[in-house]
Structure formats: C-alpha cells, structure tokens
Design a protein around this ligand. Structure first.
Ligand code: PMT
Length: 401
C-alpha cells in the first residue's frame, strides 16, 4: 500500500542550489499519488522556475501573498489547514532562522506558522554555514517544536568544498515520509521510563569506575517509544549522544545512586520501564575530594561497596498495571543467568545480549538479542541495527500493555 497516496503535501522550496532536486522530489510525490502544492520563496525563484513546478504539480505555484494584477489573496491559513504534511526542501540557513524565530515575511514562513500538520525540514547549505552555532541552535529549536529534521548528507557541495550540507536525496526524503506515515501509534498516551548509558562511580575528582556503554541501545529504545506516541523519560548516564525526538525528556545523571533517585521519582507515573543502562554494581566506599597523588603515597587500596540494584528496587515497587523490562549483559551461562535475573528482579521481560556474539553489546551500532517473557514466551532477534532491535523490543512490550 502506498501511504502517500491522496496525501496533501505542501512543498516549500527556498533559494539554494539544491532547489534543482526539488523537481525530482515533486515528481516522486506526484508519482506516489500525493497532491502537491508548491510554495516557493522569492529567492527560490532565482534557482528554479515556477513554470516547471506548476506543470509538474498541476497547480499554480504560490510565492507572494497577493497575485499582483488581480489582487487575489493567497491564504497561508487555508494552505496550512489543507496540508497533511509540509516538506521544506531545500531549507536554507536564512529560512531556518525565520522559521525558528517566527519572522513571517514570506508566504513559505507564514504557511509554516499556520501548518497544523507534521513538518519535515531538509536543510541544504555549505558545510561551514551548516555547522555554525546559529544554524545548529535554530535546528535544535525547530526540532524542539516537534518538526522533523531530515539531516543533510556529506559529499561535494556547490561551493566546491566537501562535507555535511548536501540536501538529502529526494528518494530518501520520500522514504522518510513513507516511514513516518506507516509508523505505529501503539504507545499513544503511555509514559515510558528508559535508562541508558553507563554510570560513573567517583574515586576522586579525576577518576571513576565506569564501563563501555555508549547509550546507543537505550537511546534507540527511547526514540522508538517516542515515535510511537509515548511520553518518554530518559534517565541517562554520561554518553556523547543526544535524544532527538521532542517526546523525550532526558535527565542526565552520573552515578547509580543518582540514577536510582530519578527512577524512583518517575516510576509512579510510568506505564512501562526499560532498564537498559549498564549500572555499575560497585562504587568506591570513600570517594575523596582531592586528586589522589601518585608521588605521595603507596598504591591506594580502593574499597568498594555494593550499589543499589535499581531494577530490583523498582521490581519491588511495581503495580499490576506496570511493565518492567530489564536487560542482561552476559559473558557465559547467558540464558540461565538472564532467566535468573528475570525472576530475582521481578521483571516482566528481559532482553539478553551476550559479549560473546560479534557485533553485539557495548558501543557497536548493532545488537543480537534474545527476549524472554515472564510467561515463558521467548524470541531470538538476529544481528541488526540497534534501531531495528529497538523496534522488535518495543513490539514485544506493546503486546503486553
Ligand atoms: O549502551 P550500548 O553501548 O548501546 O550497549 C548496550 C548495553 C550492552 C549496555 C545494553 O544492551 C545492556 O545489556 N544493558 C544492561 C547491562 C547490564 O548492566 O546488565 P546486567 O546484567 O549487569 O544487569 C541486569 C539488569 O539490571 C539491567 O537491566 C540493568 O540495567 C539492571 N541493573 C544492574 C545493576 C544495578 N546495580 N542496577 C540495575 O538496575
């Protein structure tokens, strides 16, 4: 089934070299059965003619607020209401700035401000403009408003330089929209708590006990739940990645105790909890405030104490209506140990990944897991991207809520 068939798409085109790609994008939308209304900025018309665009879309192209000779008013409000989605491709740095700050001085930005539909933004510009803090801040703002940013690709740019700034290929923009319109909304109204990343347990101000968790698996689960309509609270240890979906509220913590405190606060309002973090089992008993000096003493002995078990603590607080999902990272006796944790921590489901499987576990972009339900049901998920593994895990969760 073609999910774009019959969809009303407002295609916004700004003034950039990549505007030539908008013609292919328009053709692909029409081919998919969508109805497309092109809105072009005044400088967009310097790069591509409205005649080409109106011939392909079978509709007059809108650019000005009024038609000069007839005085006919083009209603951005009507257009905003008509649209099932708005796609701005290419989006220039200037238009991104106007959209982010509500500077409604052309038809494209006024239509954007009136749109009630999802908005997809495909930036295109030179690499230095792209990475400028003001562009990045505008993109962050636009994303925080719930817009979907279709990241530009890396490659040769019109400036002759090479780097990130090429508008995503039209075929991929179409795929992005198809994925969006065929997505599942089966977590609407649910609140999900996800833990991700490592914990750092302080030895002194410059040293800690930690582990290799990158947060990729937990963040992928948070993104998947949010994309299906859940409100997500992501309690994250120190990682170098950020959550993109506006439905995700990230709470940054460092130690296991800090993670426990945030989880205990959030737990009562959550329908589902997914404990993907690699929580340190032990912490130094006596962290010190000054750096332990190599010169002044013998090799220090660090006494460890057991950290609280966050999953088990929440397992003890769990209500009938809540679902608690744990992970198990094992190096041997994998299945046995995972089943033991499932029972001991009062979990409803556990996701096992083994350090013995190539491409699975810490740091990598892929994972291979087995999912064990409390009711005995078991599923093996072959090696795939963490984003795809997250889909399978969330599918299993949704069957049980
Ligand atoms: O972050 P990535 O680089 O993408 O890697 C992903 C991952 C390997 C970290 C992830 O897939 C994973 O396996 N996470 C759990 C790692 C772990 O700590 O496993 P465990 O078997 O030690 O713990 C079992 C469960 O108890 C886990 O849900 C863990 O979050 C929880 N736990 C553990 C110790 C503790 N003190 N408190 C806990 O809540």
């Amino acid at each position: 089934m073609n999910v774009l068939k019959g969809k009303h798409i407002v295609l916004g085109i700004c003034g950039g070299i990549a505007a030539y790609k908008s013609v292919s994008l328009l053709r692909l939308f029409i081919k998919a059965g969508a109805e497309v209304q092109v809105v072009i900025t005044p400088s967009g018309k310097e790069f591509i003619t409205p005649v080409t665009l109106s011939a392909l879309s079978q509709k007059p192209v809108v650019s000005e607020f009024f038609t000069a000779n007839t005085g006919e008013w083009h209603s951005h409000v009507d257009l905003g209401l008509w649209a099932d989605c708005m796609v701005i491709a290419p989006a220039t740095a200037s238009t991104l700035g106007k959209m982010a700050h509500g500077i409604a001085d052309n038809m494209l930005v006024t239509t954007y401000l009136s749109a009630k539909s999802p908005v997809f933004i495909a930036p295109a510009m030179d690499l230095d403009m792209m990475r400028h803090p003001s562009t990045q801040a505008n993109l962050k703002l636009l994303s925080s408003y719930g817009n979907h940013i279709i990241e530009p690709a890396c490659g040769f740019l019109a400036s002759g330089l090479e780097g990130k700034g090429r508008m995503e290929e039209p075929e991929n923009i179409v795929k992005y929209l198809e994925n969006y319109f065929s997505r599942k909304c089966d977590m609407n109204g649910k609140t999900v708590l996800v833990t991700a990343g490592p914990t750092y347990e302080k030895i002194d101000p410059v040293r800690f006990i930690g582990n290799y968790s990158s947060g990729k698996m937990g963040y992928a689960i948070a993104e998947e739940c949010a994309s299906r309509g859940a409100e997500v609270i992501l309690v994250s240890g120190p990682v170098s990645i950020t959550a993109k979906h506006p439905g995700i509220r990230t709470l940054h913590v460092e130690s296991a105790r800090e993670m426990l405190a945030e989880c205990e606060k959030a737990f009562p309002i959550c329908d589902v909890v997914v404990m993907c973090a690699a929580v340190a089992d032990y912490a130094p008993a006596n962290p010190v405030d000054r750096k332990i000096k190599r010169e002044h003493q013998d090799v220090p002995v660090i006494t460890l104490v057991k950290n609280p078990d966050i999953a088990a603590t929440l397992g003890g607080m769990k209500r009938e209506s809540q679902m608690l999902v744990g992970f198990a990272l094992e190096t041997d006796n994998e299945s046995h140990n995972a089943h033991e944790k499932l029972a001991k921590k009062n979990l409803d489901m556990i996701v096992l990944n083994s350090m013995r499987d190539a491409g699975a576990g810490f740091g990598v972009n892929t994972n291979k897991v087995s999912i064990y339900h409390r009711n005995g049901c078991e599923i093996d998920v072959p090696l795939k991207s963490k984003a795809d593994v997250a889909i399978d895990i969330v599918d299993e969760i949704v069957k049980n809520i």
